[in-house]
Design a protein around this ligand. Structure first.
Ligand code: HEC
Ligand code: HEC
Ligand code: HEC
Ligand code: HEC
Ligand code: HEC
Length: 492
């Protein structure tokens, strides 16, 4: 910022030949600058036209990405590379060899999270997740991983599962005689195996793109309904995502179709995103409290509990990047230059494997510095997560002992309710796959609330029930902070 002020001073000191040289250099720089600008303008015009060779005519019935790939070979190449597995410190995924069996023909899977941290088995005791839970990997694997997880063996899963694990757009429309939502409702209620037969591909081009314009679009009923409920809660009624969202929002919403917390509502097993009160963890917890939904009964304590699933969209929304207008695609699908064209990298993966393009377009820090900053956030989150997990496991064991010792129903009920809260809050960070990066301060706030819920649960088991109100989280007399958990939660 100080450059312009210094410049005149310098120029006055030029004299004679120095001036001639300076003028020549300036002229050369100026013409180089003009050329660069022209190239830039041409590139931008090219991008605007988004030139491609129409080898095939695409329409709204073609699911197979290989057909789309004939028109867009660069994007298709990237898309195919989502088979790759590479581990980062807290993310990515590791390729673990396994001996294929008839029940599960996969020869490579991702590492088991249950083996990495057996406390998860205690936390999810009695739920299918305690039998098999692995690190997630690239999009190419989503269908097979869903079919062969042992969670399919221990419970009967509904067709709803496929909403986020396959290219369901065309199958939904077929099932619903042209009506997407009708088809969705029908598939939700099918047994998984039956629904699976209707789907051929993992998430495909048609799920995010309009075939005639290639514009981004949302095709998932869960998100179409969820985002409308969220907007309504913010005073925007009848929000139609494909008409009302900006392009930059769409660069996030296409991912929010699946990377969200969800549950199956009622006996229709309708896939529902619990956003009608808002999308931070307190609002989602309040939604479930009102709705009364719980996922399972904890096998060791009898508590009716909830598991959070991959709330990337929700957590990202609480973070500095979302607030600054940065979209999922900016980091996970950054532009790469191919000749005169800019192409979005369709090899969706950890940005930490691609810092140069994923981060350095905006940040001038070195790659090493960026990696270090991201990992510092993640390590802090991981340590706090571990404390919260120990606290929860302690509460679970205390509840088990209190049950055996014949504690009063009242104190058990109170402690079980707090177990549910401690578990959901912890899971909200645990199941979120960025290890805190998407919203670092929010992650630590959530974990400290989780620790507090466990503490209050242990208090509730003491003779006399203990003091079981959560401390008010604001200084005396101050207005409630937006998104703060507030006092009432601990006492419910
Ligand atoms: C500012 C950049 C940025 C934005 C924006 C962003 N992410 Fe991330 N994301 C990251 C980083 C960094 C990680 C950590 C990766 C790691 O640990 O290897 C990550 C991790 C993830 C992971 C786990 C990846 C893995 O390899 O384990 C998923 C899934 C994910 N993000 C989805 C999303 C979604 C969906 C959105 C938008 C709602 C989003 N991200 C927005 C940077 C970003
Ligand atoms: C709302 C979208 C959505 C629905 C519905 C959904 N999933 Fe997923 N699933 C995801 C996302 C996103 C990931 C990757 C992130 C992660 O693993 O945390 C994933 C990952 C997985 C994985 C790989 C990691 C692991 O957990 O071992 C399996 C297996 C899986 N899901 C099975 C299922 C089953 C079974 C159902 C139905 C009960 C289901 N999914 C329903 C979005 C969904
Ligand atoms: C149709 C649902 C769906 C959509 C849409 C979707 N994802 Fe995913 N994503 C998944 C599932 C399911 C997995 C886990 C697959 C598995 O483990 O087999 C996954 C895995 C990932 C991973 C982990 C990759 C790795 O190598 O570990 C990242 C990162 C990711 N998604 C980011 C995104 C981003 C960014 C977008 C938007 C551009 C997006 N996803 C759109 C369902 C989806
Ligand atoms: C999970 C969603 C998702 C899927 C699946 C997907 N894309 Fe994209 N695609 C995007 C996003 C996000 C952009 C960036 C669009 C923007 O900035 O307006 C994009 C951009 C594009 C563009 C515009 C030029 C560019 O590279 O930015 C083309 C062409 C394209 N995709 C083709 C494909 C093809 C072909 C497939 C299937 C092989 C595919 N896409 C699958 C999300 C997706
Ligand atoms: C499209 C632009 C953009 C991209 C891409 C981007 N960032 Fe940022 N980042 C920002 C903005 C804007 C802020 C807010 C602070 C500011 O204004 O400088 C920020 C803030 C941060 C912070 C400070 C966070 C905090 O809580 O104070 C870190 C660390 C960071 N980014 C790391 C990354 C990493 C790592 C990546 C790649 C995975 C990345 N960013 C990608 C724009 C971006």
């Amino acid at each position: 910022m100080t450059e312009p002020e210094k410049a005149p001073e310098k120029r006055q000191r030029f004299s004679g030949t120095k001036l001639v040289v300076a003028v020549a250099v300036a002229a050369a720089l100026a013409s180089a600058g003009v050329t660069a600008l022209l190239v830039n303008i041409m590139e931008r015009k090219q991008e605007a036209k988004n030139p491609f060779y129409r080898v095939v005519e695409l329409d709204d019935t073609i699911t197979d990405p290989a057909v789309w790939g004939k028109n867009f070979p660069l994007q298709y190449d990237g898309y195919k590379r989502t088979v790759d597995q590479q581990r980062t410190r807290y993310g990515g995924s590791e390729a673990v060899a396994r001996t294929p069996t008839q029940a599960d023909p996969r020869s490579v899977v991702a590492q088991s999270r249950l083996e990495e941290d057996p406390r998860l088995v205690t936390m999810w005791s009695g739920y299918a997740f305690a039998t098999d839970f692995r690190e997630e990997r690239g999009h190419a694997h989503m269908l097979e991983d869903q079919v062969y997880t042992q969670r399919q063996q221990v419970t009967k899963q509904p067709g709803t599962c496929i909403h986020c694990h396959g290219s369901v757009y065309v199958p939904y429309k077929k099932l619903g005689d042209g009506d997407l939502i009708k088809g969705f409702e029908k598939m939700n209620q099918m047994p998984f195996a039956e629904a699976r037969k209707l789907v051929e591909h993992p998430v495909a081009c048609i799920d995010c793109h309009d075939p005639s314009t290639m514009q981004l679009r949302v095709t998932r009923p869960g998100f179409i309904e969820g985002i409308a409920a969220l907007k309504a809660s913010q005073g925007v009624p009848n929000f139609k995502v494909n008409e009302d969202a900006t392009r930059q929002e769409m660069r996030t919403y296409v991912c929010g179709q699946c990377h969200v917390e969800y549950y199956f509502k009622g006996k229709e097993k309708r896939l529902t995103y619990p956003w009608a009160k808002g999308i931070n963890v307190d609002q989602i917890m309040a939604y479930y409290d009102e709705d009364g939904h719980t996922d399972w009964t904890h096998a060791l304590t009898g508590a009716k509990v909830l598991k959070a699933q991959h709330p990337e969209f929700e957590m990202y929304n609480q973070g500095i990047h979302a607030k600054s207008g940065v979209a999922c695609a900016d980091c996970h699908m950054p532009y790469q230059r191919e000749g005169a064209m800019k192409v979005s990298d369709h090899h969706v993966r950890s940005p930490l494997l691609n810092i140069n393009r994923a981060c350095q377009t905006c940040h001038k820090w070195s790659e090493a510095e960026l990696l270090q900053r991201a990992e510092t956030i993640q390590t802090r989150t991981f340590q706090t997560r571990n404390i919260a997990m120990d606290a929860l496991v302690d509460l679970i064991h205390d509840l088990e002992s209190a049950q055996k010792a014949g504690a009063s129903e009242e104190s058990l009920a109170k402690a079980r309710d707090l177990q549910k809260r401690a578990q959901f809050y912890l899971d909200f960070v645990e199941a979120e796959n960025s290890m805190g990066f998407h919203a670092d301060q929010e992650a630590v706030r959530i974990l400290s609330n989780s620790i507090n819920f466990s503490r209050l649960g242990q208090n509730a088991l003491r003779p006399g029930g203990g003091a079981s109100t959560a401390p008010d989280q604001r200084p005396a007399g101050a207005p409630a902070a937006p998104g703060s958990a507030g006092a009432p939660q601990g006492s419910r």
